[in-house]
Design a protein around this ligand. Sequence first.
Ligand code: NAP
Ligand code: G4F
Length: 335
Amino acid sequence: MKKALVTGITGQDGSYLAEFLLTKGYEVYGIIRRSSSFNTGRIDPIYEDPHVPNPRLRLIYGDLNDASSLNHAIRTIQPDEIYNLGAQSHVRVSFDIPEYTGDVTGLGTIRLLEAIREAGLKPKFYQASSSEMFGKVLEVPQRESTPFYPRSPYGAAKVYSYWITVNYREAYNLFACNGILFNHESPRRGETFVTRKITKAAARIKLGVQKDLYLGNLDAKRDWGFAGDYIQAMWMMLQADKPDDYVIATGETHTVREMLELAFNRLQLDWKKHVKIDEKYYRPTEVDLLIGDASKAKRELGWEPKVHFEELITMMVDADLAAEKERLEGVRLKR
Ligand code: NAP
Ligand code: G4F
């Protein structure tokens, strides 16, 4: 049975990837952080079924800023594949905690790569690289050969991780790949990223428990896809004949305003009556336009996105409406 080690397993992508790898017959090991409140909500449904721990999913404590925990995990598990999805992944927050972001999102990758090298192992390695590396874009659409121009501490940390992954591939003949993923969303998206912030607010406004929604730049354009499609590309990269770097995107771009309109329209709401602009959500430097060209992934891996933008936003609004109704019902029953 193949063994996969996933950092960031409690996040959006980690939870979809863990589910996917389990269906492929893998034994999945996930690194989780000690937290004062539960942080395993996204993977609870696959961890215990119900009250019987899944024997093929094991969680171990560790941290990307703690090399000894990574060394220990790699030496004891001896994984066949490693997916490095762990990161301080919020771009706006990276301006507030730039050093921490560099430590986890940048140096965390070299800690993992060094742990592999020192253990004398040759697992396949996936690095969660990002379209944020293109930043102030030098080409439209962005492809694998487009030069990087990061616009945030997060983007700069991801550029470091990208190049150190390429370096370990070339220096130590490691099967290491960068997936340069454009924005991807789902009902499991963190609630402070713009899509989920909007779909959750729309649901709450519809149900009368929220009145206004405060946002920043509505003109930014993003290439938004579905996380469930994108995690499959990660796996496909590690099954290819040779290691390489791939852009994963839909090839379509939309403004935040378009996304907002679609989400509110789904619930017959007029967003203009509820949305207010708050300067605090603006970034010191913005990424104005992202649109990716994933033709290399299509040609070489056979990967294509399946869920279209409108379908994605509908899925997220409907999931948030159902969750909010359930929450309100729980509150009513408790009274
Ligand atoms: P996410 O939901 O924010 O998940 C981040 C994961 O990293 C969580 O499991 C988090 O653990 C973990 N983490 C944070 N700090 C850590 C640390 N110090 N040590 C170990 N783990 C740590 O992110 P995502 O959307 O799933 O994205 C997955 C990866 O892809 C990230 O590296 C992100 O930067 C990258 N990426 C994402 C997108 C996108 O659009 N989603 C696009 C391109 C690249 P807790 O649950 O304990 O916080
Ligand atoms: O949803 P966002 O925070 O995502 P962003 O900055 O594009 O980063 C995400 O995608 C990257 C891939 O390109 C990942 F690497 C990264 O880890 C993360 O998953 O913001 C999207 C856009 C930005 O232009 C932002 O300025 O929405 C704009 N925006 C407007 N109002 C807002 C808000 N973003 C957030 N988070 N909150 C707002 O109120």
